[in-house]
Design a protein around this ligand. Structure first.
Ligand code: GUN
Length: 287
């Protein structure tokens, strides 16, 4: 049986419409407009597209967004100065520093400098710590997007074996934390695999839910997937000018029970979750 194709675009649109209603109610109640400050350093074309999409999504949800564009030659001190201004600006609720950053800038130092209450990416150690303890302040955007897609697709997660392919700080690790924690759309048995994992296909074939987040185009083949598994593809790779995921979709879709496409799968969910975190940030500031 062919897999159910999980429509990330539709689920993201539904989530954003719901969010727009919540933003309107919050504005009514408090007179405050949730405000995201995005910082883009350099001229990476993919990053410019992401940031523009974030701005548009904010606008559509009734939120304010400010884009700070800095040149590729920006020094770390200049960037830290701008972040300090945003940290101290009471009208800014969420701060997003678009990654990757130019090589003269230390990413960790910059991400650590965002005040935890405005850290809507959930990259600050305080927020990662809260997440690890099962009491998240913010939900990491891409992993949370995957979890919402599982929820909206009525996929049972509790007691299942979820295998996360990739151990990045942005996706792999926080994804594993969300799925293993107590709560709805969680309580899974979780394995994290990475570049040094031995007998990788043997492990991925045990997955009831397989999350691919390694950044290698078409890496997951049908031999690596158990028939009937749910396959969530976080990969966004450009091959000959075309976007492809980490999963060989044509090979895997015939044996999976459900699968996300690329594009139109996990990607659109990330922005929806960022907006959700920005509203949370505005609520925390209003308290
Ligand atoms: N670059 C690629 N993904 C992300 C993300 O989720 N957040 C930020 N800030 N930069 C990114």
């Amino acid at each position: 049986m062919a897999a159910h194709i999980i429509d990330g675009k539709a689920i993201a649109a539904e989530t954003r419409a719901q969010l727009a209603t919540e933003v309107a109610a919050f504005k009514n109640e408090t007179g405050v407009i949730p405000h995201l400050a995005a910082i883009l350093v350099g001229d990476d074309p993919a990053s410019a597209v992401y940031v523009r999409n974030k701005e548009r999504a904010c606008e559509k949800a009734g939120m304010k967004s400010t884009l700070h564009r800095l040149s590729a030659e920006t020094t770390q001190a200049e960037l830290l100065d701008l972040i300090a201004q945003c940290n101290n600006d009471a009208t800014v609720h969420g701060i997003l520093v678009q990654l990757p950053l130019p090589k003269q800038i230390d990413e960790q130092t910059v991400l650590d400098s965002v005040t935890p209450l405005k850290d809507v990416d959930c990259f600050h150690p305080e927020n990662v710590g809260l997440l690890a303890q099962g009491r998240p302040r913010y939900q990491p955007c891409t992993p949370r997007g995957v979890q919402v897609m599982l929820e909206k697709s009525n996929i049972e997660v509790a007691g299942k074996h979820a295998v996360v392919l990739g151990r990045s700080e942005i996706v792999g690790k926080p994804m594993a934390m969300l799925l293993v924690q107590k709560g709805p759309v969680a309580n899974a048995t979780v394995t994290i695999c990475h570049s040094r994992t031995a007998n990788l296909p043997e492990i991925t074939r045990q997955a009831d839910i397989l999350v691919a987040a390694i950044g290698k185009p078409n890496f997951v083949t049908n031999e690596m997937v158990k028939p009937g598994a749910v396959v969530m593809d976080v990969g966004i790779n450009s091959v000959d000018g075309k976007l492809v995921g980490d999963v060989d979709f044509d090979a895997v879709a015939p044996i999976a029970s459900a699968i996300t496409p690329v594009p139109g799968g996990v990607g659109p969910m990330t922005i929806a979750m960022l907006l959700d975190n920005t509203l949370t940030a505005a609520r925390l500031a209003a308290q």
